[in-house]
Ligand binder design. Sequence first.
Ligand code: AMP
Ligand code: MG
Length: 556
Amino acid sequence: MNASSADALPSVQLPGAAAPRFDNRLLAELPGDAETGPRRREVRTALWSRVAPEPVPAPRLLAWSREVAETLGLDETAMRSDALCEVLAGNALLPGMDPFASNYGGHQFGHWAGQLGDGRAISLGEQLTADGQRREWQLKGAGPTPYARFADGRAVLRSSIREFLCSEAMHHLGVPTTRALSLVGTGEAVVRDVMYDGHPAPEPGAVVCRIAPSFLRFGHFELPAVRGETEVLRQLVDFTIARDFPEFHAAFGPHTPDAETRYADWFAEVCTRTARMVAEWMRVGFVHGVMNTDNMSILGLTIDYGPYGWVDDYDPDWTPNTTDAQGRRYRFGWQPAVARWNLMRLAQALSPLFGDAAPLQAGIDRFGVVYAEADRDITARKLGFAECRDADVALIRDLHALMHASEADMTLTFRALADVTPQAAQAGPPAELSSDAFARCPALRAAFYDTARRDAQAEGWQAWLQRYAMRLAEDALPPEARAARMAAANPLYVLRNYLAQQAIDLAGQGDLSELHALQELLRQPYTAQPGCERFAALRPDWARERVGCSMLSCSS
Ligand code: AMP
Ligand code: MG
């Protein structure tokens, strides 16, 4: 079956009052490909190609986000309807949808990779919601497109669960991200070689419906720039400012500055948003895993959840991505530097629109300033201070070093620190207080993966906790305000790699209970939930080196 044209797909209506309105501005305003359908090809002077999803045999709604559904005006009846399930699987379209794949390039692992494009993502349309927002629906895994190159255009249940759970978890953590409306099982097997070691095997297939105001990436700007298609590039930049940065666009008002000033201000805004996004990743312990420029959203949203991971034992050198194990380019601690490098590639792509490089350099400098500000703000929030003083930068750096040296769990450590009281500072110098290094913070004692390594650092911890207590004693925040500030900055529950893997293993056997339990839990990551203690525990030993738990491949 090959529905290369949207006409081949049935049009369906949703039950009740739900009738999303689509206005497909990207197709209307940007140059597109004359050819329709999934034939693999190079596409020049065009930013998109019309291509319809390829139908699947037995779609089944496995999970959905009620918050996303609500923003789209979809009630429970609509969500549970067969009609919508068919749409979310790529078997049918709603009135006004006009499916397409977009064209982009990118730098992968530091090297220009040429045309990439949406190889298995098909946008269905841009919904205009009742509150005037624009929300693009995009199916991931709905079949091949002109950009699929040698791959099949499909996605496995394993990676789809990871994207579905994590993008929603990130939203509830307060990290800018694309969202996920639904997870649909296709009833069709997809063959993958999980560790790329010559053991291909069939796995259940799935489709995630992602939602974002825009799915434009840095790579969308790089491709026309590298090809010398300067007019296409200019059209894309003008379009992006007008559609995706409306507040920004409007702010120019009647005093529209010259194009170069407008572009420079917009680029600085992209740098600002990217800096804030990465600072938030560092706050919660998220490692993206594949920060290629084709995986960087122009809106500063976390996008493309592949071999990402969550830091358990604090280690700035850790990368979850096995493909990255050698160079560790995308390790946790390097993410701010990589984001900056990616912005330099974007600046380079935009340079044909500028007379000289100074305004672009100003944007890059802005990244550094905004990141440093965000980092200080996060330091104050995570440690529970009214504001970050210069000495606090050293305080948290020393904490990170201790956590690293003694294999402390990042999430549990920061939650435990809320127990340290300013009064502990009055108990005298470390040696006189107690022979117990953790007397000032008993909860911390249980936050380590290796008790021998913990004990080897006991003196360091005792001294650091004394410093921290003294700093707290000088701080202006009253205890309740400090507790609230810390609890809102330090999540109790994150999508630990092994937790996602357990949900995946059970879902593969047809049991969705753990998937749903995790989804529910992660709606309130900062609030202790009764009966959920097991989700806020140290990673078990068996998960330390297991595939899917600490090692993720790009195979998806
Ligand atoms: P990623 O590393 O997943 O961000 O993907 C890089 C490029 O490969 C993008 O152009 C994707 O659309 C494409 N791609 C990844 N997996 C598939 C697949 N199964 N079928 C088609 N294209 C794919
Ligand atoms: Mg990608």
